[in-house]
Ligand binder design. Structure first.
Ligand code: HEC
Ligand SMILES: [Cu+2]
Length: 338
């Protein structure tokens, strides 16, 4: 009884948690689709939900009718009439499920072809190579000639085709508001396309258990209107072609002397060892999930292990405060659209 009451007390809290899971960064949900792929998936979820509700309602209704109608009445001692088999009934209850499955199967099969159609569409189709690493994402814009880390920028209203790879173990690429999930498998190339209808930042997540901090392997899709997207691409390309201005910045020395440069590219092609930092100053989080503050940045550099267990960045506990300040200022200055 006590347990039951406690459970009841937790109800408002759990409802709150339930409703809040949709808030905060808002769009880590498949229930508020923002593109045709996600919309299709959402519609099919509703369709199967309606089919299930119909089945459940029908079965429960029949169950209760029988329960009440055929109850043994007080004073009634007669033994009910015994029946064995009914061809009509059996045909009916075989046909209904077949019909229901057909209702689900036809759109599912035609839709599977639609979702797998990674043929370019229009003259602008964007191709991006995605590589999953423990526990971060690399985005190579091969046609454009540069690499981005953690945040993937796309134009709105255009078909974007992702080519999915993995460098170590299996990962899975999922941006619920825009599309379904497809696995990144070492040695295999998978594809996924999506379209973002509106500009915005869409949260993405790795959905394949890939190690201790799998749960923190977050990324973002930044959808921009074509002109803004073009400006971003031009900025990234300019940095890829000429990084002299970045290298001359204060704080770069520390970055170089500490060996950060060995894993983190700040222009051009990225490294497989760490996220490209070319536009790190434009990120909204550190390491995929930490709030973007100087304190968190410092904490990350001094001891990444304590924030993301098992990740592949070494700790720098002994950096002087001066070097740290210079380094942080340098990292925050890395922007492509200034
Ligand atoms: C041996 C390779 C390696 C070295 C050296 C290294 N890092 Fe990293 N760094 C990584 C990896 C791997 C990650 C991604 C960790 C994760 O999220 O799982 C990372 C992540 C980061 C991030 C977060 C990036 C983002 O997109 O949010 C920052 C900032 C960073 N490192 C700064 C530095 C600085 C500054 C140094 C030098 C003092 C440095 N790193 C040295 C491998 C390295
Ligand atoms: Cu992963």
């Amino acid at each position: 009884m006590r347990n039951w009451k406690n459970a009841l007390r937790l109800l408002p809290l759990s409802l709150l948690v339930f409703f809040m899971t949709g808030c905060g960064e808002a769009n880590l949900t498949a229930l508020d689709p923002k593109g045709p792929q996600a919309q299709w998936i959402y519609d099919k979820m509703l369709l199967s939900l309606f089919v299930m509700i119909f089945v459940a309602a029908f079965v429960f209704a029949v169950f209760f009718i029988i329960l009440i109608k055929f109850r043994r009445k007080p004073g009634d001692d007669t033994y009910p009439k015994q029946v064995h088999g009914s061809t009509t009934l059996e045909i009916i209850w075989t046909a209904i499920p077949i019909l229901l499955l057909a209702i689900l199967a036809v759109p599912t099969i035609t839709g599977s072809f639609m979702l797998a159609d990674t043929e370019p569409e229009g003259d602008h189709t964007v191709h991006i190579k995605v590589t999953g690493h423990q526990f971060w994402w690399q985005f190579d814009y091969e046609d454009e000639g540069f690499t981005a880390g953690q945040d993937v920028y796309i134009p709105t209203g255009e078909k974007v085709i992702f080519e999915l790879h993995a460098s170590d173990v299996q990962h899975s690429f999922w941006v619920p508001a825009l599309a379904g999930k497809v696995d990144n498998v070492p040695g295999i190339t998978n594809h996924l396309w999506l379209i973002a209808d509106e500009p915005g930042i869409y949260k993405g997540k790795c959905t394949e258990l890939c190690g201790p901090e799998h749960a923190l392997m977050d990324f973002k899709v930044v959808a921009l209107d074509r002109p803004d997207y073009d400006a971003w691409v031009a900025g990234m390309q300019a940095k890829a072609e000429d990084s002299s201005e970045v290298l001359a910045r204060q704080g770069y020395e520390v970055f170089e002397n500490q060996g950060c440069i060995g894993c983190h590219a700040i222009s051009g092609a990225g490294s497989d060892l760490g996220p490209t930092l070319t536009n790190f100053g434009e990120r909204t989080v550190v390491a995929g999930y930490l709030e973007y503050t100087d304190e968190n940045l410092e904490a990350w550099i001094r001891d990444p292990e304590s924030l993301k267990q098992g990740n592949n960045m070494p700790a720098y506990p002994d950096l002087s405060d001066e070097d740290m300040a210079a380094l942080i200022a340098f990292l925050k200055s890395l922007k492509v659209n200034e």
